[in-house]
Design a protein around this ligand. Structure first.
Ligand code: TYD
Length: 209
């Protein structure tokens, strides 16, 4: 059975770079997979993403924000994630439900339980089989972003350091809430070490690797 695997972390945690390398391993081993992301992953989801991340939308209400992330997720699940899993294709997803719990639940202070409830409607309780949390302090993560000048700065990147600390604390709480599903990876290490730590865990769960 193919697995639904998500990658989570704060800004500048390096999860997207690690994912790109993990994808190379899946390709080498001819393991069927899709690589996708949230918000987005479908045409409708990408339109919702533009609304969510546009720096012009500073006026967005926080419940509107939570609902739009959940709406994008619903579309993604029904049109891409579930169909892939049904065909026994692995799903590698850059952010998913835990991002909403950490960003909207913890950092926006809607409450992890409240945001979880909204998302239960959106996802019908579809949780990933495995989640990697890329653990790096907000200071280190934001310093990495500052160095990477080519990267586009979105509405959430512009939040205060306190906000990013609250996101981080939210993720730590989620690691405690879902200890079996969420695996913490030390993302302050060199990229190659981060990738090999992920692969060690993946090899334990996947006979194909
Ligand atoms: P993106 O450029 O994809 O960020 P990153 O490279 O850090 O993954 O932007 C996604 C932003 O949206 C990011 O700041 C996290 C935020 N987000 C939420 O607040 N809630 C969510 O449910 C999701 C999926 C993302």
């Amino acid at each position: 059975m193919a697995l639904f695997i998500t990658f989570e972390g704060g800004e500048g945690s390096g999860k997207s770079s690690a994912l790109a390398k993990i994808v190379e391993v899946f390709k080498e081993k001819n393991i069927p997979f899709i690589l996708t992301r949230e918000p987005g992953g479908t045409p409708i989801g990408e339109e919702i993403r533009d609304i969510l991340l546009s720096s012009q939308n500073e006026n967005m209400d926080i419940r509107t924000e939570a609902l739009l992330f959940a709406a994008s997720r619903r579309q993604h699940l029904t049109k891409r994630i579930w169909p892939a899993l049904e065909k026994n294709v692995y799903v590698l997803c850059d952010r998913y439900l835990d991002s909403s719990l950490a960003y909207q639940g913890a950092a926006r202070k809607l409450g992890i339980e409240t945001v979880y409830e909204i998302n239960r409607f959106a996802t019908e309780d579809s949780l990933p089989d495995l989640t990697f949390f890329f653990d790096i302090t907000p200071e280190e993560g934001l310093a990495r972003i500052a160095k990477n000048k080519g990267r586009e700065v979105n509405r959430l990147d512009k939040e205060t350091l306190d906000f990013h600390h609250a996101v981080y604390d939210g993720y730590i709480e989620l690691c405690k809430k879902f200890p079996k599903r969420i695996i913490r990876i030390d993302a302050s290490q060199e990229l190659d070490k981060v990738v090999s730590d992920c692969l060690i865990i993946l090899k334990e769960r996947m006979s194909e690797l």
